[in-house]
Design a binder for this molecule. Structure first.
Ligand code: NAD
Length: 504
């Protein structure tokens, strides 16, 4: 595969977006954005160091009073225009996302980009609905009301699996609520986050409201999290890095929002539609090559359907076509990097000692060998406490286990530290009702797995973190609530003063 995409001219001024313009980093190092389908370098850039983070925070602080003071209608107007600019650039955004991530162009075109535009439209509308819940005389002598206010400068850190959507999930609720933001995308995939910030400026969002620092986690990331002028840290990434981020953020008592890893169960009861469950499991485990925090990773199938489910999934997986991500016929692109592909392969290779590799378990040969590809892989026979069942592999690997009674299935589904998403498959409304009540996860699908909508919250339980992305619920994260209590009596010596002055 030849290199099909040239971004060097677009980012000739650098890969940092600070105060409304692109500029180079000053860390003195060099990073490369690599096309994982070919291993070819798309862009070499100087990553952000602490001085660049400081500059971006300064730009965000300068922009804060004007943006926080804009009316909701003014902010909504800018966000509506922002959605329009993104729509005009949809093809360009999709191609760049595919080039830097290796995700199939169908996925970028039909999911990542329209999802981002829809999110932008949603927050344009939601910006006018920032509500305090109550106002009234809760004490006879006072009127109380609630103001919902921006927090300040938000520092956000995002992963590489859906770079554009993650930028949108972080930036939009923050700025819709009147905050300004410094976003640090993954150093592997900064390109569409930079384009997203440029589109905001081109739509009339004032310079400095959205800034992007492209750099490594250990220096640019930690400096942003620890920065005393950053009022809130919003992080999406793995659970181990989330713990580190939480430790640093705690030192400056920041508002903290953590969207972390997942290991979603896929629970199939014996009355489920088998064809639907098989298709759901293959699509839910292979979307984005399995690099999805909500991907179906552990299928628990009630014994009467188990053999047929395993056979159906194995058959269907072999029909999934790996290939050039820019070919519209490709179903499965490469993983994000060769290093990550090797990590996934190591998980599967270790599993050979305790489980059966029913299909996959290898990188494809031939024309795709130079890319970071890994074939759709189905494992059976893995014990519940094995790492293939317990740890996040983040690749195209599905583990299937049998269960007997409903209680056992629900217990196994709940038996990992994670709690981001889950799905339950059954035609029995009482079974699905019980499962949706008892599964401890931020999202539970019934007879489906993966779809998301801008109006509904996304976020985890337990080791998957806390806080919500998308939906009006995310305003809880990006605003602070102020109680204003105003005296109605105009009396100098108020009745309650007796508790201090006695009868005097
Ligand atoms: P990661 O945790 O390695 O990195 C995420 C981000 O954190 C990157 O920008 C990275 O540069 C930065 N980072 C790394 N070390 C840091 C440090 N010490 N201080 C500050 N920042 C640091 O995750 P990844 O490999 O980029 O992404 C995959 C992970 O993201 C998976 O665990 C996946 O489940 C998770 N994820 C979660 C959600 C969700 O909504 N819960 C969504 C997408 C991805």
């Amino acid at each position: 595969m030849a290199q099909r995409f040239d971004v060097t001219e677009r980012f000739a001024d650098g890969a940092q977006y600070i105060g409304g313009r692109l500029r180079a980093g000053t860390s003195g190092r060099r990073h490369a954005v690599v096309d994982p389908a070919t291993g070819a370098e798309l862009l070499g850039y100087e990553p952000a160091g602490p001085a660049d983070v400081d500059a971006a925070v300064t730009a965000a602080r300068r922009a804060l009073p004007g943006w926080a003071g804009a009316t909701p209608g003014e902010r909504a107007g800018a966000l509506h225009r922002f959605a329009d600019v993104l729509a005009e650039r949809a093809g360009d955004l999709a191609r760049t996302e595919t080039a830097q991530c290796g995700k199939p162009i169908r996925l970028s075109t039909e999911f990542d980009v329209p999802g981002t535009i829809d999110n932008t439209s949603f927050f344009a509308g939601a910006a006018r609905h920032l509500e305090g819940r109550s106002a009234g005389e809760y004490s006879a002598d006072h009127t109380s009301y609630v103001r919902r206010e921006p927090i300040g400068v938000v520092g956000s850190i995002a992963p590489w699996n859906y770079p554009l959507q993650m930028a949108a999930w972080k930036v939009l609720p923050a700025i819709a609520a009147g905050n300004t933001i410094v976003l640090k995308p993954s150093e592997l995939t900064p390109l569409t986050s930079l384009m997203f910030a440029q589109a905001a400026s081109d739509a009339g969002v004032p310079d400095g409201v959205v800034n992007v620092v492209s750099g490594a986690g250990e220096d640019a990331g930690e400096h942003l999290v620890g920065h005393p002028s950053v009022a809130m840290t919003s992080f999406t990434g793995s659970t181990p890095v989330g713990r580190r981020v939480a430790e640093i953020a705690t030192r400056t008592v920041k508002r903290l929002h953590l969207e972390l890893g997942g290991k979603a169960p896929f629970l199939v009861f014996d009355d489920a539609d088998l064809e639907a469950a098989v298709h759901g499991a293959v699509a839910g485990s292979l979307i984005n090559a399995g690099q999805d925090c909500t991907a179906a990773t552990r299928a628990y199938v009630q014994r009467p359907l188990y053999e047929a489910f395993v056979a159906g999934v194995a058959d269907l997986m072999t029909t999934v076509r790996p290939g050039d991500p820019f070919d519209p016929a490709t179903d499965l692109g490469p993983l994000i990097s060769h290093a990550h592909r090797d990590r996934v392969a190591d998980f599967v290779d270790r599993a050979r000692s305790y489980a059966t590799v029913v299909t996959g378990g290898a990188a494809p040969a031939g024309a795709l060998a130079e890319g970071a590809y890994y074939l759709p892989t189905l494992l059976t026979g893995a014990p519940q406490d094995s790492e293939a069942v317990q740890r996040e592999i983040f690749g195209p690997v599905l583990v299937v286990l049998p269960f007997d009674g409903d209680d056992e299935g629900l217990a196994l589904a709940g038996d990992t530290p994670y709690g981001l998403a889950a799905s339950v498959w059954s035609r029995d409304v009482y079974r699905t009702g019980r499962a949706t009540r008892e599964l401890r996860a931020g999202c539970v699908w019934v007879n489906d797995h993966i779809p998301i909508v801008s109006e509904m919250p996304h976020g985890g339980y337990r080791a998957s973190g806390y806080g919500k992305d998308m939906s009006a619920y995310s305003f809880e994260e990006y605003t602070q609530v102020k109680h204003v209590m105003s005296d109605n009596t105009a009396v100098a010596r108020k009745d309650w003063h007796r508790t201090v002055f006695g009868g005097r």
